[in-house]
Design a protein around this ligand. Structure first.
Ligand SMILES: *Cc1c(COP(=O)(O)O)cnc(C)c1O
Length: 379
C-alpha cells in the first residue's frame, strides 16, 4: 500500500457496531467485565483504549514498523524511551536537538545517573570514539532543529548494530511521509505528533514505533506503568489530521523549496539552511534517505543582532510568531530565545544558533502570499 493510501486505511476499519467510517471516540475510563477476567481485551482506560489502538496501528504502518505506542506528548514519548535505560548507561545524542529533549536529558535523566554525550553525528570516526561499553543508545534528530543538518541514518545504524547499541530517531521534522528511519536500521522511532502528523495545531501527541518485540514489550509495560497516555479525543484528532498528511506534506515541501530559494537571493539574508539546496553539505544523504526535503527553513541576517531578527518577526503578517511547527499555517520563530532558550549560550553558538537566526515552519498557504509577506517584513 502506498503512503497516501495508508494514511486513510492502514489499521482503520469502519466501526463494527455502527459502520461509522470515522473511528469513534471511546471516551471511557473502564470496561464492564462479565466475570472477573472475562472481557473483550479492554480492562481499564490507561491500559487499553480502542481509539488509541487504531492510532497506534495506523502510525506503526506509516513508519513501516510492527508496533506503535502513543503518549500524551512528544516529550512523554521520549521520556518513556529513556526509561528503558538504567543508572550507569550512556547515551550519545546529536548536538543540535530539540531544546526540550536536551533539557530532559541534561536536567532530568542526568540526575538519575545516565550520562549524555553530544556530537554532530557528521563524522563517524568521532561517533565511534565516543562509544564505550556503557553506551546503550544513540539518539538522532534528522533534519535537525533548527540548523536542518542531515545525519546519515544508515551510517549511524551500521555502527549501532555493530556495537549492539539502540539507535533511536526523533522523526518529527521529516514525518513518515518523507522518511522512515526503520528502513535504514533504526530500532526506535519517536514522534512529536503535535507537529506534522497532527498537522492542525490543535493537539499535543507523542508516539514511539519499533519492530523488536522485546523493546515493544518493555515500552508497552512502561506506557501503562508510567501512564503518560493520550486522551481518546486527542487520539481522534490525530487520526483526523493524519488523513491529509500526504497532501499536506507535499504542499509544505513545495512552499519551503520556493521560499528557501527566494531567501537565498535576498540581499539582507546571510545564510539559508535548507537540505534541498544541491550545495547543502548533506544534500546527497538527504536525497537518498528522504522522499522530499521538508517544510522547515532557517536563515540568518547580515545584521546578526537580536534586534534585527525581532524586527522581522514583528513584521510578518501571515507567518505567526509562535513556538511549534508542522501545522497548516506558517509560523516564524526565534530559536535563540524560544525553542532553544534552555540551551546554554556557548552550546547554542557552537551549533550555529546565532542571535539573528530565524526559523520558518512553512505552511500550506499560497507561496506567492508567503513570499510577499517575507518581502515586506525584510524590507
Ligand atoms: C516538539 C518536539 C518535541 C516535543 O514534542 P511535544 O509534543 O511538544 O511534547 C520533540 N522533538 C521535536 C523534534 C519536536 O519538534
Amino acid at each position: 500500500m502506498q503512503f497516501s493510501t495508508k494514511v486513510l486505511h492502514a489499521g482503520i476499519e469502519p466501526d463494527p457496531t455502527t459502520g461509522a467510517i470515522m473511528t469513534p471516540i471511546f471516551q471511557t475510563s473502564t470496561y464492564v467485565q462479565a466475570a472477573p477476567g472475562e472481557h473483550k481485551g479492554y480492562e481499564y482506560g490507561r491500559t487499553q483504549n480502542p481509539t488509541r489502538n487504531v492510532l497506534q496501528d495506523n502510525l506503526a504502518a506509516l513508519e513501516n514498523a510492527r508496533y506503535g505506542l502513543c503518549f500524551a506528548s512528544g516529550m512523554a514519548a521520549t521520556d518513556t524511551v529513556m526509561r528503558l535505560l538504567q543508572p550507569g548507561d550512556e547515551v550519545i545524542a546529536g548536538n543540535d536537538l530539540y531544546g526540550g529533549t536536551y533539557r530532559l536529558f541534561t536536567k532530568v535523566y542526568a540526575k538519575y545517573g545516565i550520562q549524555f554525550k553530544f556530537c554532530a553525528m557528521q563524522d563517524m570516526d568521532e561517533l565511534h570514539q565516543l562509544i564505550t561499553p556503557k553506551t546503550r543508545c544513540i539518539w538522532v534528530e534528522t533534519p535537525s532543529n533548527p540548523m536542518l543538518s542531515i545525519i546519515d541514518l544508515q551510517a549511524v545504524a551500521n555502527i549501532a548494530r555493530q556495537k549492539g547499541i539502540w539507535l533511536a530517531v526523533d522523526n518529527t521534522f521529516a514525518s513518515p511521509a518523507l522518511q522512515t528511519p526503520i528502513q535504514w536500521g533504526a530500532d526506535i522511532v519517536v514522534h512529536s505528533a503535535t507537529k506534522y502528523i497532527g498537522g492542525h495545531s490543535d493537539v499535543i501527541m507523542g508516539a514511539v514505533l519499533c519492530n523488536d518485540t522485546a523493546i515493544y514489550d518493555q515500552l508497552k509495560f512502561l506506557q501503562n506503568a508510567v501512564g503518560a497516555v493520550p486522551s481518546p479525543f486527542d487520539c481522534f484528532l490525530t487520526l483526523r489530521g493524519i488523513k491529509t498528511l500526504a497532501v499536506r506534506m507535499k504542499a509544505h515541501c513545495d512552499n519551503a523549496r520556493t521560499i528557501a530559494h527566494y531567501l537565498r537571493q535576498h540581499p539582507k539574508v546571510a545564510t539559508v539552511n535548507y537540505p534541498g539546496f544541491d550545495d547543502h553539505p548533506n544534500y546527497a544523504i538527504a536525497q537518498r534517505q528522504m522522499r522530499d526535503f521538508g517544510g522547515m527553513v532557517s536563515f540568518t541576517l547580515h545584521d546578526d543582532t537580536l534586534a534585527a531578527g525581532v524586527r522581522v518577526m514583528r513584521a510578518t503578517q501571515l507567518f505567526s510568531l509562535a513556538e511549534s511547527l508542522g501545522g497548516v499555517e506558517s509560523l516564524i520563530g526565534h530559536p535563540a530565545t524560544m525553542t532553544h532558550a534552555s540551551i546554554p549560550l556557548e552550546e547554542r553558538r557552537k551549533t550555529g544558533v546565532l542571535d539573528s537566526l530565524i526559523r520558518l515552519s512553512v505552511g500550506i498557504e499560497a507561496a506567492d502570499d508567503l513570499i510577499a509577506d517575507l518581502e515586506q517584513a525584510l524590507a
